[in-house]
Design a protein around this ligand. Structure first.
Ligand code: AMP
Ligand code: MN
Ligand code: MN
Ligand code: MN
Length: 290
């Protein structure tokens, strides 16, 4: 049987709009067999999602999407299949969340200078209290009538050069990858085509990522075009990286992305889940031998 994988998704534990249980139910309905919940800088939703998944046939992979600053840019590193009880991983994520919270107040101070008051409180209403992201600011500004939709808020207020933009001081690449691999997981570069790197910069990133212990890149992503699947598949082959696939689903609020709508990996890609299948087989064999 061919399994359907979706290895990048968000819940209300970060900036998604479905609770972890609702996300699992939606994944089952959408025909996903293996789902990774990869909230921004937190694993808080995993427990609820695992519990919900245990009542179904769905396999839940514990995941996270860590914000990283690399060469003055923000990158996202997805961690898959980690032990979420790793103290080092949790301590690392706590430092990232500390910056995230400071940044949220700073965004608010900057928006206030433009006459937009109490944005922190306004954005906070859209969170469950743990992770506050630019998406929550965007939802609040739409609610207040400053823009017609979330995309417009990003364009007018929240990206580089705009009034509410605050430069990142997220995790280093080395730390983010280290926390993931020392928690027993695999580190994957999220939506690599989104960074618009030149081929030279991309090679530099992949070289450093591999040196840190990273093993995969997202070839299929909800934010990649068809052409980009092939470009990224080539990078994966060239650097002998595993290929991952995820929709980056945030809930029905972004109707252009559907959970589990994942085309097949281009020929020649090594799927990252082969690593788990092998482990699974070894585990099963040792159980049989016991
Ligand atoms: P943050 O990590 O708080 O800086 O927020 C990043 C999140 O904002 C991403 O994961 C997306 O969910 C969302 N996002 C980023 N850029 C855009 C955009 N141009 N339009 C809509 N959402 C965006
Ligand atoms: Mn997001
Ligand atoms: Mn991302
Ligand atoms: Mn994401």
């Amino acid at each position: 049987m061919t399994l359907h994988y979706d290895l990048h998704s968000h819940s209300t534990a970060s900036d998604g709009t479905l609770t972890p249980s609702e996300l699992v139910a939606h994944a089952v309905k959408s025909g996903v067999n293996v789902l990774a919940l990869t909230d921004h800088d937190t694993t808080k939703g995993i427990e609820e999602a695992s519990l919900a998944a245990s009542q179904t046939m769905l396999t839940l992979i514990s995941g996270v999407e860590i914000s990283v600053t690399w060469n003055n840019r923000t990158l996202h590193i997805v961690g898959l299949n980690m032990d979420i009880n790793s103290p080092e991983l949790q301590a690392g994520l706590a430092t990232v969340l500390e910056f995230r919270n400071w940044r949220a107040h700073e965004i608010s101070r900057r928006l206030a200078k433009r006459g937009i008051n109490d944005a922190y409180e306004g954005a906070l209403k859209y969170t469950n209290g743990d992770v506050i992201s630019r998406t929550h600011y965007a939802r609040f500004l739409v609610e207040q009538g400053y823009c017609k939709d979330v995309r417009e808020v990003f364009k007018k207020y929240l990206v580089t050069g705009k009034p509410g933009h605050v430069a990142g001081e997220w995790a280093t690449l080395e730390n983010a990858v280290g926390w993931i691999i020392r928690a027993g997981g695999q580190a994957v570069i999220a939506h690599p085509a989104r960074y618009k790197l030149t081929a030279t910069k991309m090679r530099k990133l992949l070289g450093e990522f591999i040196e840190c212990g990273g093993v995969g890149i997202e070839v299929i992503s909800g934010s990649h075009s068809r052409d980009e699947y092939y470009t990224m598949a080539n990078f994966a082959r060239l650097h002998e990286l595993y290929a991952s696939a995820g929709s980056d689903y945030h809930g029905p609020i972004n109707p252009w992305i559907e959970l589990g709508r994942i085309p097949a990996l281009p020929d020649g890609c090594k799927p990252i889940w082969e690593l788990w299948d092998e482990n699974q087989e070894t585990q099963n064999i040792s159980q049989v031998l016991e």
